[in-house]
Design a protein. Structure first.
Ligand SMILES: N[C@@H](Cc1c[nH]c[nH+]1)C(=O)O
Length: 438
């Protein structure tokens, strides 16, 4: 975990502010959730069988919070909680509880959030953008059937990146459908543990195909063959799994099965791709895109930024999760609230924007969208007296009202110039003491 200050912090704030501006413009409302969440929200029943998050349950920070009933002298009860590893669970828990209070809630509900998340990454794997604390900017559309809501989620990803300066063709969205994966598991008679191993391999293969550490591919294919053999999978489904993992165009392997469930999913996927292309989104289909979170139920996608000289695979991802909200409606009774969404890893975004030179100093310091902290255009050189400060506030008021940041000097008197210089504040004005208004 790191401390952030100055330019680095402002970069992140700028990116989040741009993202928030885009999604607000599209009618999304911000939601803020706590940093801890009950461990029960992440139980296997809710989030599925694969270890959470990212294939290993040790990847979460678990805590036991003591609850003292009425004084610290009382023996405490305990609540098992964890530091949130992502936003979707908390947001769906919130909406589920709200739904119980107001059953006539009007759907869809369009939300976004910007929140710190925590994952206990292995120390040797920590990097500048893979840290144990990171920021997610996410968006959820709750209570909307598959179709246009998926289009909107994916389209907004491209709009967000465009607004940050990434050219439209630079954003690539890889789409798949976990419904296809689930059906193939069923057809090939794979047990739950084997299915999770296969899913993990496909997830990694999707990354390889997208260009991230492609040298892993042959090892992954070997591992897949091993899992399928150990699971006693018969010849045809065996070949389909291998072909799916291996192929650039995994759709044709699946079409060859002539299975109505799979065909229907592929038709929906083709429709989604068609609409996205009409919106100018660069989209590729890859059925190896399955995502690690098991709450997904349908369309899933991963977001890359790929230009001629630069490639960042997976700056974010998302998908449909039609069965999650129901788990959080107290007293049950709600089986399906269709929902979709995505999240960006903000640090990854900052890194790639930096790489593409899209966060130059003037943009970070003099952003037009509300980053005024300490990037003052003017310094009012106030002295230590209260009256001087009141004058300075009056002097600063007009500029501030017009949106120009003004800093009032609060240091020792003979250091004003050094201060202005070191903070690179272009203009310093002195202030004459005035009498305070009565
Ligand atoms: N919560 C998901 C992203 C997402 C948001 N909505 C749907 N999916 C993640 O952390 O990867």
């Amino acid at each position: 975990m790191v401390d952030l200050f100055g330019r680095e912090l402002r970069k992140r704030q700028l990116v989040v502010a741009v993202l928030a501006k885009v999604v607000r413009l599209h009618g999304y409302e911000q939601v803020e959730v706590p940093l801890v969440e009950r461990a029960t929200s992440f139980s296997e029943e809710v989030v599925g069988r694969s270890p959470w998050p990212e294939w290993d349950s040790r990847g979460c920070f678990h805590l036991r919070a003591p609850d003292y009933p009425s004084s610290y002298e009382d023996a405490p009860d305990h609540t098992d909680v964890l530091l949130v590893p992502e936003g979707t669970i908390s947001v769906t828990r919130w909406i589920g509880c709200r739904l119980a209070e107001s059953p006539d809630m009007i759907f869809p509900v369009k939300l976004f959030y910007d929140m710190p998340c925590f994952r206990n990454e292995v120390v040797a794997e920590l990097t500048g953008t893979k840290r144990r604390q990171f920021t997610q900017f996410g968006l959820e559309i709750l209570g909307a059937e598959p179709g246009n809501s998926d289009v909107e989620a994916v389209y907004l990803i491209t709009r967000c990146l465009e607004e940050l300066g990434v050219a439209a063709g630079g954003t690539r969205v890889r789409v798949g459908d976990v419904g296809v994966f689930n059906r193939l598991v069923e057809l090939s008679g794979l047990g739950p543990d084997a299915a999770i191993q296969v899913k993990e391999v496909l997830d990694a293969m999707a990354e390889c195909k997208a260009g991230k550490a492609p040298e892993r591919a042959s090892g992954l294919l070997g591992r897949l063959a091993g899992v399928l053999d150990a699971g006693g999978v018969s010849r045809l489904p065996h070949d389909v799994w291998m072909g799916l993992a291996h192929a650039g165009d995994s759709v044709s392997f699946l079409r060859a099965l002539h299975d109505s469930v799979i065909d229907e999913r592929l038709d929906d996927l083709a429709r989604l791709v068609h609409v996205l292309e009409a919106l100018g989104v660069r989209v590729e289909t890859d059925l190896c895109v399955v995502r690690s979170h098991e709450y997904y139920t349908g369309i899933v996608f991963e977001i890359d930024v790929v230009t001629e000289e630069y490639s960042h695979v997976e700056v974010g991802g998302g998908g449909r999760y039609d069965k999650l909200v129901g788990h959080f409606v107290p007293d049950g009774g709600v089986d399906r609230i269709p929902a979709t969404g995505f999240a960006f890893g903000v640090e990854r975004l900052v890194e790639l924007l930096d790489h593409l030179d899209l966060l130059p100093a003037h943009r970070v310091l003099r952003s037009s969208i509300g980053l005024s902290e300490s990037s003052a255009e003017k310094l009012v050189a106030s002295g230590p007296g209260a009256q001087e400060y009141l004058s300075a506030v009056r002097i600063a008021a007009a500029d501030r009202a017009a949106g120009h940041p003004v800093d009032i000097y609060l240091g020792v008197p003979d250091q004003v110039e050094r201060y202005a210089e070191s903070r690179k504040i272009p203009q310093t004005v002195s202030c004459e003491p005035q009498r305070a208004d009565r």
